[in-house]
Design a protein. Structure first.
Length: 97
């Protein structure tokens, strides 16, 4: 798994912890049937830290409700023990043009 223990997800509904997010997946409440990049990720490397930003479209299903999303996603990774681990993900709805 590439999520660090302290990973958090920031979205329009607030902050979710790793255990909350993985709990939704384990229970079957949250699934994704499609996830595709719209843009190539822009990656910034800074001495053991990487920040990746890209636009993503996806189709999620949460408790039986379909959610189609077009989002900008920023992920922050840190290098630990020879591995890159994500410590934070921030998603922002993309403006419709």
């Amino acid at each position: 798994m590439f999520l660090a223990e302290e990973w958090t997800l920031v979205s329009e509904t607030g902050i979710a912890t790793r255990s909350q997010f993985l709990g939704h997946i384990a229970s079957g409440d949250l699934t994704h049937s499609m996830m595709e990049p719209v843009t190539e990720p822009q990656v910034l490397l800074l001495d053991g830290t990487a920040v990746s930003t890209a636009r993503i479209v996806n189709t999620a299903h949460y408790r039986g409700n379909r959610i189609d999303a077009d989002e900008w996603t920023t992920d922050v990774f840190v290098r630990r023990g020879g591995r890159w681990l994500c410590v934070n993900t921030h998603i922002t709805p993309a403006a419709q043009s």
